[in-house]
Design a protein around this ligand. Structure first.
Ligand SMILES: [Zn+2]
Length: 233
């Protein structure tokens, strides 16, 4: 029996379609098990669905592999008892019926007002962004004073894998997701970007400077490569 488009719509969710001037359709499963379809500008939705149906098995297998790789990684559902990372530790979430703000963190757990469940993800992201800005600014300031770096300003980004970057104007950009990581990891990204103010490329000289300030930087770099995918909602 042929599979109808409705069935597929229920079974496989296309998380994002990116249309560009490319010639072919490509499927991508990202580290957080989302499905991205890259398609030419003029191709129809139906054609895209057909390609997804054709590769259904491949998509499912890839998604399963990602989730099986680490049981800690499951896309957040915002339910009672679910753990949320903050500075390298998991804190449990409770859904409550009464409290003064939609989302609260009391150094022990998160609590979220039930009425705000539909916007839970946005609330968490805003909370993380604020904490990221505070903590990262504090660390940048500390290392800047210690080593005499001169930077322009700090921006917090939504980047998934680009943990930090440094612009020609001396602006330092950091992904809010970093605030989920342990402090030494944040420090590593901060120091890394600060040295880019002096050295644009990842030369031996660049790494030797990083090492001087953070002798254990390699451990942090490896940690990010291995665990970076956990730093998301
Ligand atoms: Zn770099």
């Amino acid at each position: 029996m042929p599979i109808t488009f409705m069935d597929i719509k229920m079974e496989i969710k296309i998380d994002k379609v990116i249309r560009t001037k490319r010639k072919t359709i490509a499927l991508q499963i990202t580290d957080d098990a989302t499905l991205i379809v890259r398609a030419p500008l003029e191709v129809s939705e139906q054609t895209i669905r057909n390609v997804v149906i054709k590769h259904k098995d491949w998509i499912e297998k890839k998604k399963e592999n990602i989730i099986a790789r680490d049981p800690k990684f499951v896309k957040k559902e915002f339910v009672n008892g679910e753990g949320f990372l903050y500075l390298g530790r998991y804190y449990k979430l409770s859904i409550v019926d009464k409290q003064n703000t939609p989302l609260l963190f009391n150094n022990n757990c998160f609590s979220l007002l039930r009425d705000y469940l539909p916007v839970a993800r946005d609330l968490f992201i805003n909370w993380y962004k604020e904490r990221a800005y505070e903590k990262i600014s504090e660390r940048v300031e500390w290392y800047a004073k210690k080593r005499g770096f001169v930077y322009n300003k700090i921006n917090i980004t939504d980047a998934n894998k680009r943990w930090g970057s440094c612009s020609i104007k001396g602006n330092l950009n950091f992904s809010w997701r970093l605030i989920m990581a342990p402090l030494p990891i944040i420090d590593y990204v901060v120091v890394h970007e600060l040295f880019h103010l002096e050295e644009k490329n990842h030369t031996k000289f660049f790494w030797s400077k990083v090492k001087m300030l953070l002798p254990d930087y390699k451990k942090c770099k490896d940690w990010l490569e291995k665990n970076g995918y956990l730093l998301r909602l």
